[in-house]
Design a protein around this ligand. Structure first.
Ligand SMILES: Nc1ncnc2c1ncn2[C@@H]1O[C@H](COP(=O)(O)OP(=O)(O)OP(=O)(O)O)[C@@H](O)[C@H]1O
Ligand SMILES: [Mg+2]
Length: 326
């Protein structure tokens, strides 16, 4: 038995009309590892998951899951994996319990075993009280928990989760995080998760690949990725775009490492707390005081910004961390 759960080499997936969804990606996931694909809309996350779970054929490259080749042995792979896709077609007129029992029967459980397994899973994902309600009446968070439980029925070794918390509020997001964490830590399930939320990748994953426009642009643990950015990140915003441009010139003697996006100036420096007062004084003197400023250690958004030149999430989300007033 190999100890690589997933091995992907030079995977390319092109759709009709010359859409290059995945453009030559390579990565490995070890048995028991929690691995995340972090990337924005259209990055190629769902396409990759669909190839890895044998739902789409690769255009070129090689993919093995649990030691089996996706082209040669899709049936063996399907026995070992659980998949929760972004779009699921669940019959809203059935109850959570009925759906779980049906899924178990499809996987060859006896009637008696299917009943027991359904109850076990309802307990595991904290849906026991709502098990006999119709799924059409579930909240978004309950639906996602049921989606998760449906792909656990046959006790898969590897779990593929495509944006499992997109659109959920923080309470429900946290509940799902706890459940996924438990599966990984207590049951040793290998997890391949995709997300657009940097905090999700940061909190959960042992290792992260950042994917953008069909290519992996950075890989490593959260710590390793943040270390590539440097020590501190200073964000300055200004009344007008021209002010940010001018501020960049004024502050250029402090650091050559900066990004300018939509009137926001982001500076990467080694000793932010020490430099910041001088910087603000200088900007004041030049008549371009910043309207907001923020000093914080790097986040995965800073990593994303450095490798792609764009922000991954809305600035407002990042701004909540460690705000410093002048
Ligand atoms: N069946 C398809 N036919 C044609 N183009 C497709 C198909 N599926 C995906 N694409 C295109 O491939 C690219 C990658 O799409 P994909 O769904 O993999 O992105 P994603 O990272 O999952 O995005 P999101 O976060 O929005 O779910 C996009 O440009 C998309 O329009
Ligand atoms: Mg997707």
């Amino acid at each position: 038995m190999s100890n690589q759960a997933i091995v992907v080499e030079d995977l390319v997936k092109t759709f009709k009309g010359d859409v290059k969804a995945v453009q030559g990606i390579s990565f490995e996931v070890e048995d028991g590892e929690f691995f995340a694909f972090l990337g924005p809309n259209g990055a190629g996350k769902s396409t990759t998951i669909q190839v890895l779970t044998t739902l789409l054929n690769p255009t070129s490259g090689s993919v093995t899951v649990s030691g089996f080749d996706v082209g040669k042995d899709p049936i063996s792979i399907r026995r070992e994996i659980g998949v929760a896709l972004q779009e699921t077609g669940i019959d809203p007129s059935l109850t959570g319990r009925e759906l779980l029992e049906m899924q178990a029967r499809l996987f060859g459980f006896s009637k008696h075993d299917a009943k027991n397994r359904a109850q076990e899973l309802l307990d595991l994902i904290h849906l026991a009280e709502d098990g006999d309600r119709k799924v059409g009446k579930y909240s978004g968070g309950m639906r996602r928990r049921l989606d998760l439980s449906l792909c656990l029925v046959h006790r898969p070794k590897i779990l593929f989760l495509d944006e499992p918390t997109t659109g959920l509020d923080p309470y429900n997001r946290n509940a799902i995080w706890d459940e996924i964490r438990t599966l990984n830590r207590e049951f040793g399930t290998t997890i391949f998760l995709t997300t657009q939320y940097l905090e999700e990748a940061d909190q959960l994953a042992d290792r992260i690949s950042i994917i953008n426009k069909g290519k992996i642009v950075a890989s490593g643990s959260s710590q390793q990725l943040k270390k590539t950015v440097g020590m501190d990140v200073i964000d300055l915003s200004f009344q007008q775009n021209e002010d940010a441009e001018k501020a960049k010139e004024v502050l250029s003697s402090w650091t050559k490492d900066y990004r300018l996006t939509n009137g926001e100036l982001t500076l990467y420096v080694d000793n932010g707390a020490y430099l910041l007062p001088d910087m603000v004084r200088k900007l004041d003197k030049e008549g371009i005081p910043p309207i907001s400023l923020n000093l914080a250690p790097p986040t995965l958004d800073d990593v994303f910004l450095q490798v792609t030149g764009e922000h991954l999430e809305e600035k407002a989300v990042i701004k909540q961390e460690g705000v410093v007033s002048p």
